[in-house]
Design a protein around this ligand. Structure first.
Ligand SMILES: [Fe+2]
Length: 210
């Protein structure tokens, strides 16, 4: 089981569980992947103004830079609009010119003060130790692009990001969970009904420190 999950995350960037898992099953599998950093309830709460609690659709993005993986466990699902939308940055990069990739390596994205103190900036695209690209992106956190060449490459990136053919849709049922590589796969969601009782548990996970 453990090998299967890691294999799926390595090849496709994500893994979806079978149905009817308990929360304990979920936590056990998370312990195979890495160390939990932060746990949140993902619910709609119209009395709160933050993006996380809003029923509005969520554009493709990655979560915090320190979350190498994200796991969502479904407690209740919405009658409509609850699909998790995924897009693999590998498919985006495969469709971009080298010049655009080089320019994306220079674009800065703000990282909000959720885990550490103080805002900081990270590149939209970086290389990791093994030469693979890692993505860090949220459209609402990008710094203003003054350079026309960066802007052009960013617009090319957006064009491919919004191509529906690259999107994977996953509708989690209660007791089912999804784990993604947050350094590779971006996620988003459509609009939810205002009165939905959709409830997911989300856990940010860092790499295991062996
Ligand atoms: Fe997110």
């Amino acid at each position: 089981m453990r090998e299967q999950i890691i294999e799926s995350i390595n090849t496709r960037g994500y893994w979806v569980s079978e149905l009817n898992n308990s929360y304990n099953d979920f936590m056990e599998i998370i312990s195979y992947i890495g160390e939990p950093l932060l746990e949140n309830d993902i619910i709609i709460d119209n009395t709160k103004s933050t993006r996380l609690f809003s029923p509005k659709g969520m554009d493709f993005h990655t979560d915090h830079i320190l979350a190498n993986y994200i796991a969502w466990y479904c407690i209740k699902q919405s009658n409509s609009g609850g699909e998790s939308l995924l897009i693999d940055s590998k498919s985006i990069l495969n469709n971009l010119e080298i010049i655009d990739i080089k320019n994306l390596l220079r674009i800065k994205i703000r990282c909000p003060n959720v885990i550490k103190n103080g805002n900081s900036y990270y590149n939209l695209l970086t290389h990791n130790d093994t030469g693979e690209y890692m993505i860090y992106y949220a459209p609402w956190l990008i710094e203003e692009l003054e350079s026309p060449e960066l802007l052009k490459s960013y617009n090319n990136f957006l064009k491919i990001l919004h191509a529906p053919k690259l999107v994977t849709k996953i509708l989690l049922s209660p007791g089912q969970f999804l784990i993604i590589n947050n350094n590779r796969v971006m996620h988003g969601r459509g609009e939810l009904p205002v009165n939905t009782n959709r409830h997911l548990k989300r856990i940010w996970i860092s790499h295991k420190h062996e």
